[in-house]
Design a protein. Sequence first.
Length: 289
Amino acid sequence: MTPGTLIGEPWADYGLVDSGHGRKLERYGRFRFIRPEPQAMWAPAHDDWRAAAEFVPGSDEDGGGQWRYADQVPRDGWTLRWNEVAFNAQCTPFRHLGFFPDMAPVWDWMRGRIDGVATPDCMNLFGYTGVGTLALAAAGAKMVHVDASKKSVEAAKGNAALSGMKDAPVRWIVDDAAKFVAREVRRGRRYDGILLDPPKYGRGPEGEVWRLEEDLPALVANCRQLLDADSRFLFLTVYAVRMSALAIGELVRQLFADLPGTVECGELGVREEARGLVLPTAIWARWSR
């Protein structure tokens, strides 16, 4: 496999304005924010970075840190849109703002894979606040949305209401993703598409421990059992780990060797508005037919 790149382009409610010296300046609707970005090793295009808030990281490797505000920002969030999907953006304690904008090209790609399928069944594992779930639901998919965090699932339901999709065919499930997928295999379920966006480390609702390097192969193997020759895609993204796109690409290639279709891998990136350069954000692997 030759790794490729999926690049997120600016849209009306989001853009990477500038980047450099280990930080990035982004616009989220009417607000601008500065966040740490270790991969922005170059110099920024401009020196004057005016922002409503900046996230200042903690001193330990495990994260931490806090937002420092220069302007008034609604603590309960504000509404943004991506195509048909409306969602709540909010400054979280984890430096994120309630969604991952670099996933926009993935949402487009998945919607293209199910185009022409009558009511496809799809699943979003580690679904967070549900923007990917709603992007697929808006394209006609019946969705299963799984996340171990009750708070995240409630936020996803709120985003469905914001989008006018409160009654969309979505099953909202608070559960450990690995356990849920194993049960689906035992039930003999099948899906047309699966989006898989696991964290490096996490805990399930009953204290289950998730460690990416140890637990990912078994989870992808079970996801394979939920797909067949008529299915359309599996898309796997991995953030913030010492792992190669070629490694996860080979994992998917071996597990999907018995299915027709194509396995690819590569990097996710976001195009900077100031100069057009691409800031890498994650690695991915996918199977499709």
